[in-house]
Ligand binder design. Sequence first.
Ligand SMILES: Nc1nc2c(c(=O)[nH]1)N[C@H]1C(S)=C(S)[C@@H](COP(=O)(O)O)O[C@H]1N2
Ligand SMILES: [Mo]
Length: 317
Amino acid sequence: MLIKSNTDLTEADVTPESVYLARRKFMKASALGLFGLSMASMPSALLAKALDFQKTAFGKNETLTPEDVVTSYNNFYELGTGKNDPVRNADELKTDDWHIEVEGHAEVTGKFALEDLIKKQQLEERIYRLRCVEAWSMVIPWVGFSLAAMLKQFKPTSKAKYVEFVSIHDPENLSGQRSVFSTIDWPYVEGLRMDEAMNELSFMATGLYGKSLPNQNGAPIRLVVPWKYGFKSIKSIVNIRFVESMPQTTWNDIAPNEYGFYANVNPKVDHPRWSQATERRLPSSFFNPKRIPTEMFNGYAEQVAHLYKGMDLTKYY
Ligand SMILES: Nc1nc2c(c(=O)[nH]1)N[C@H]1C(S)=C(S)[C@@H](COP(=O)(O)O)O[C@H]1N2
Ligand SMILES: [Mo]
């Protein structure tokens, strides 16, 4: 499924990144200057912006999953259920003039323009492993900022025990939200316990591989929680709610016996239909399957195991 046909190859696949970006810059400049076209006439999805960010030590010794795999093998059911659907349908996601509405138990609530929220943060790069509950994994260089840094500015009150995130709801444009076969009750919802949200690993990504997020990866802003199964890392966020009780989350709602609220990566707790003891590290193929052992908390136990002290993780899966 990772073998691409020629027609699927984009310019980025065959051109070194730096050359590709420089050429793009030139094309953008000439489109604006020489031909007098406005930015508005260009689909924003096609303008991957180079980002200013600081490198960090997170994952510095990891082998990265190639960018074309990260951006063409996706789960984003709003854009279709096939792994290649999100990249093919990426332009259905409209990211212009993005706002996030902050609600619930916090002193500062309201609707905020994304750019104003980002302006307050220092962007950094963190290389994290992403382990999907379907037993494949990747290593992705995200760009963004700590979730805690963002949440603190809203001054959550002592009543805020959980934080709930909601994705874009736009059935007019998102074909996956119109599909009669969809089992999801849209919009996609996820959540974290407050102390999980405030953990240093919880991350808001606005980019990957040094550029703004491609639509298929959850533009313009998505959560990344590296010690939990990938479905917790909700994409294209439009609502953040500070709530008192555990939010009803999308996959837990569909199949509570298969997907829990916590969804911590755990090689010892199998999915009812498959083992979670190992994972397929992408890119892999039939001849080179690259099965590796799955680590407790996806290898982040040192940072997060204390959050679950005394909890029976076979019960709170
Ligand atoms: N809104 C939304 N967020 C989502 C999903 C989705 O279908 N819709 N899929 C999740 C799943 S199952 C995974 S594994 C990751 C995949 O992220 P990636 O495509 O950037 O690798 O996104 C998660 N976030
Ligand atoms: Mo996933």
